[in-house]
Design a protein around this ligand. Sequence first.
Ligand code: DGJ
Length: 747
Amino acid sequence: MTIAWNPGTREWHLGNARASWVLGVLDNGWVGLLHAGAPLAIGPSYRHLGPHDFTGFDNRTGEPVALALPSPGVGDFRVPALVVEGPDGSTVLDPQYAGHRITAGKPKLPGLLPATYVEDDAEADTLEIDLCDGPSGVTVTLALTLFRDQPVVARSMRVANGGSGRVVVRTAMSATLDLPDDDWRLVTLSGTWARERYPDDRALVPGRQGVSSVRGGSGNEHNPFLALRRPATTEAWGECWGIALAWSGNFLAEAEVGHFGTTRVRVGVNPEHFAWPLEPGESFATPEALLAWSDAGVGGMSDALHGLLRHRMARGAWRDRPRPVLLNNWEGTYFDFDHDRIVVMARAAKAMGMELFVLDDGWFGRRDDDNRSLGDWVVNERKLPHGIDGLAREVKALGLLFGLWIEPEMVNPDSDLFRAHPDWAIGVPGRKRTLSRNQLVLDFANPAVVDHIADAIGEVIASAPIDYVKWDWNRFITEPFSPTLPPDRQGEFFHRYTLGMYDLYERLTTRFPHVLFESCASGGARFDAGILAWAPQGWTSDDTDAVERLRIQWGTSLAYPLSSMGAHVSAVPNHQTGRVASLDFRAAVAMFGAFGYELDPTAMSDGDRAAVRRQVAFYTERRDLFQYGRFARLRSPFEGDGNETAWMVSADDGSRAVVAHYRVLFRPWPVYDRLLVRGLDPAARYAVTCWERFDAPMPTIERGGDELMSVGLGIEPPDPMPDGAFADGHRIVRGDFTARLFDLRRL
Ligand code: DGJ
């Protein structure tokens, strides 16, 4: 890996074995992006790939030029990366190259912005390019870090006011990416509550297209991620870009196709409802965006992002530790529990091999439903007479870890906190405050509020032997305003809210480094790259129906690793869909994630409890694969009639793998079918064992890695035999909602 600067050609080349970025100082002083993507030899000039003077504004380069920092008002009419309003009200900006630095490693981003990091300077190199707009004195530093082992560049920007008057930053993108053509399909992850992150895949069209949030959180409607793939790109082959923004607040992720058929991507904090004044000498830093390029298909792009998010965005003690199999009581009891009931559930969980009990919403204040008590973080002694401490100790004495739910950013109007500090809830004085789930959002742009909640929640966590915290966030922000900000700084509100939330995460994770934090927001409404810096796993969706989860987990996996996806088995009929799927099918889906259960084990039959014991044993025996293996998507639930899904995890060295094939509805007389497997050693032989139920694996067969990857693994032999008869190691399974897990071990 290297970052080379050629003073003769005035070009920088960031390159490793898997990707190259070439930038150059243009004749007019702008910094152009000459190439990004496929690895190119370092040394020659690539200036011919860059500016094409089609139109020639001011005798300069024309609009098709690919720029590292597009700015408004100087001849490029596409969307800008940076808009700064000067003291005279003008937004014209002409940033000229002013210098650069190349350093080993990766400097920390300012403040609490979540970002990737290195543990050794040899893991990455960083190029920082300074640009300056002479008349206004605005200076910009673009930071690009290329990782040694991944085809990924981390990009961010710092804007400083080097002039003598106040300026206002109105747009500051974390990254723009100018590509020389528009032959791409744009993939975004969109949906809603209980249907999060379905991939939306469409051809680019002229003009702007993309996704965003103005909800105060990244949201479940759209995700701060986009991919571009060539029309012919598949999961395993072809060019693909994936861009993830490490930010949990309002965002924008869009592509613009210009009239010469070029594509500009921009990703960053949403300029809507954003304005950040800078007095002389002040600066503003954007969050970081990760730009992954792959020629190994959409899967290659995901693989690159997964690796970084898992190991170099996630931090702390739980980054590499096996995540415990948990029982969460939410769908099992909702608000209706007490000490004894929880202990009985925990005992049953332990007997089934689970490792962590999580007490969800309802343990504090007078909270028997969602009408009251958010903000009052004191135990409800009627339900829990021995306190959290007494309960945690009893659960832990069973040999389980203990976890607790919190929703620290919220307050119910019916709470002591709200009665004492009504001005701490977000709202505009003189206007009505919109309720959602009977609650309001606390003003985390106000440091006094963050201080108070840090103390209150800190006291709870310190009061008991707590190992895990589920941090929920169950509504979006309306009436955005903070009385602590002057009128001309209200444009900072949303941004400061998110920084306040990060501040609380930072304080709690620093004070309680042994605690595993799981993020949650009405399911997956704040599931993004940024939050992983403090919470290495998140609750993927409130929808626990396994058929629905196939889609949700498939879509989520485009950007996020399995270790980050909380996935639970719940009771049937499913509470979100009413669907009744077999227990083994439900488990076979949830195992591809941070696995757990969310039901009342005391309501289960002995047979089901025995089945769960087997499932937990199956999972824990392969946990390193499920949580840290390479995930590959094989058959999409979004293709055809969506009846089939297949995916797999494999060890990096190809020594082990688990391949899963799911069928939603059974159709008689299934056609002959082989599934192409990935990530194996083609020269090796594998022992293949198929599990349709976790009580009885089929006889182990032997296959070559080459055969499994190029001819396939038998899913449906042309097998007219009745149930129970074997052919090629497999048999017909009748019935709906069936899963087969194939365990592959190199011999
Ligand atoms: C929403 C979460 O997604 C659920 O898992 C649960 O914790 C509830 N909130 C509790 O109110």
